[in-house]
Design a protein around this ligand. Structure first.
Ligand code: FAD
Ligand code: SF4
Length: 508
């Protein structure tokens, strides 16, 4: 009896769970480019181009391997526009009544498949290192679900960077060595680039015609779109960037978009690269003396720690998570996030690079665009939708916990023990943006004062009740309270005036 084997756009892994259960002789693989997926938010054109190109190439490889693949292109006349619709169409075509799927990454699709009028089995996605049960067992009975403790478990179970039952070098975490200010020069020219082939060009034309109006620059497009290319990009990163990844992990440079970051997240998220293969390659670089421990531990922690942890939190917390608004922030997302001119250099550079590359590195996302939205009190759901739209690696299971939880503290502290907020001082220490800015990072009040300086105190003041007793924030409140009353009044008045201009859509 024929069964349908569903492969989604972020499940482009040869031995994905559903395929492992399938029978080449009788089952039919279903893949589909559908409007429901391109339109649930208005994605960056580069993101749609990457996914569709990689899907088409994956389908071709499966056919070569002998699978019967029924592939729907976006412009096909019979395209029903949804994953469930395509399954129903293929069921009618083949007589199949059963679907084997690998569990979708996000609630929206998990639920759509559960409710489909077909018998759908969703198998656990074993590309993740922590099974659902592993995460739930770890979470059970804990007062706080902190990443650091989960990460140690992952180190033990994977054996990565372990020396017997002890962490390599004696410490679990070398983050304190990974906060160096930006270097004078960067020896890495960014992730490996690939010239588009015919399949890619065809998709680029489609995306240009259908999604050319969306925020984001489509061309040049130089991403890897097949596993072999993604592996070359990994080797390139390990060789040229990993040794300095740790030192400059938190640094930002006005004239350099990548520093020593990998640019590999999208490849792992859609299945072109296996996270464990990435971590093993990094560990080998350490064992061979090519990269230092602080770099390799920091890199591996992002993948087996943060990446696995946020996915666990997303599933553990349930479908309402992206809608949470623990601090009751109600401001609309400022136009500058869509490229409206701003005099704030850090924000204008982060948004500009996001538009061009569909990429910004972690600290730009957290401490520039995220920090500003949090300080300004922007609705977390609008912030969430922005991140989901603009980044090439954005899938809700990883984006929402990072945005709603880590960056906006809208989950009430499930992920972070305190909000990630800073004045301009932090951005000045970790970047050279301020040197090029119309605002003065040293000025705390007055017309030239860096807006982060004003908004930082405004945030703390308006959320005093919520955070005053947080032991990690006591110092901040003591500093605020030591300022003389007139000065505090001036800061708050100027911050209000700034927020008023922001709300009116004036240039800030
Ligand atoms: P590197 O800095 O080189 O890190 C190596 C790898 O570690 C990444 O490829 C990624 O797979 C993993 N990683 C690092 N940090 C995290 C993290 N916090 N959570 C999960 N994985 C991590 N990452 C996404 O993959 N998709 C998203 O939609 C996404 N949205 C984010 C939104 C916000 C507000 C913030 C603060 C972070 C977000 N991240 C997201 C995490 C992180 O910023 C990106 O994974 C990283 O910037 C990707 O670039 P890279 O490959 O050069 O990463
Ligand atoms: Fe950003 Fe303030 Fe520095 Fe300007 S002065 S770049 S707004 S932190």
């Amino acid at each position: 009896m024929t069964r349908l084997i569903l492969i989604l756009g972020d499940q482009l892994t040869e031995d994905i769970a559903a395929l492992k259960q399938a029978d080449k002789d009788s089952d039919v693989v279903v893949m589909a480019e559908v409007a429901e997926e391109t339109d649930y938010v208005q994605h960056h054109p580069k993101k749609i181009a990457l996914i569709f190109t990689a899907m088409r190439k994956h389908a071709a490889r499966l056919r070569e391997a002998g699978w019967d693949v029924r592939y729907t292109e976006l412009d096909d006349s019979g395209n029903s526009g949804s994953i469930v619709g395509e399954l129903l169409r293929r069921a009618e075509e083949t007589g199949a009544s059963e679907v084997i799927a690998t569990e979708a990454g996000e609630w929206r699709l998990i639920e759509a498949l559960n409710e489909a009028p077909l018998q759908v089995t969703q198998l656990e996605d074993d590309r993740f290192l922590a099974a659902h049960k592993t995460f739930e067992d770890w979470a059970k009975g804990r007062k706080a679900l902190r990443m650091e403790y989960f990460y140690r478990e992952m180190r033990r179970t994977t054996g990565l960077l372990m020396d017997g039952d002890q962490p390599e070098g004696g410490e679990w975490n070398y983050d304190s060595e990974n906060r160096k200010p930006p270097p004078d020069g960067v020896a890495f020219s960014g992730p490996m680039q690939f010239t588009p082939d015919d399949v890619t060009e065809e998709v680029l034309d489609l995306v240009e015609a259908r999604f050319g109006e969306s925020f984001g620059t489509l061309r040049p497009f130089d991403f890897a779109t097949e596993p072999g290319q993604a592996r070359r990009a990994l080797t390139h990163f390990i060789k040229h960037a990993l040794p300095s990844f740790g030192d400059y992990q938190d640094a930002m440079l006005d004239g350099n978009r990548w520093l020593y970051h990998a640019g590999l997240s999208a490849y792992m998220n859609i299945g072109l690269l296996d996270p464990m293969e990435v971590c093993r390659a990094a560990e080998e670089a350490y064992r061979e003396g090519h990269a230092p421990l602080n770099a390799v531990e920091g890199f591996i922690r992002q993948i087996i720690g943060w990446r696995e942890y946020v996915r666990g939190i997303y599933l553990h917390e349930g479908p309402d998570y992206p809608r949470r608004n623990g601090l009751n922030h109600q401001r609309g997302l400022p136009a500058l996030y869509w490229g409206a001119p701003t005099d704030m250099r850090c924000l204008s550079k982060a948004v500009e690079q996001t538009r061009d590359e569909a990429y910004a590195h972690h600290i730009q996302r957290l401490m520039v665009t995220g920090n500003f939205a949090l300080l300004a009190g922007v609705k977390p759901h609008e912030v969430h939708e922005w991140y989901l739209r603009v980044y090439i690696d954005a899938f809700e299971w990883v984006e929402a916990p990072n945005t709603v939880g880590m960056s906006q503290f809208a989950d009430g502290g499930v992920i972070a023990s305190k909000p990630y907020i800073s004045s301009g001082n932090y951005i000045n220490r970790m970047s050279d943006y301020c040197k090029h800015c119309a605002y003065d990072v040293k000025a705390k009040t007055g017309k030239d004062a860096c807006p982060f300086n004003l908004l930082y105190w405004h945030f703390l003041d308006r959320h005093r009740e919520r955070f005053e007793d947080n032991h990690r924030m006591g110092n901040m409140y003591r500093t605020w309270d030591r300022m003389d009353a007139d000065r505090r009044e001036t800061v708050l008045t100027e911050a209000e005036a700034f927020l008023g201009r922001l709300s009116k859509g004036e240039r800030v």
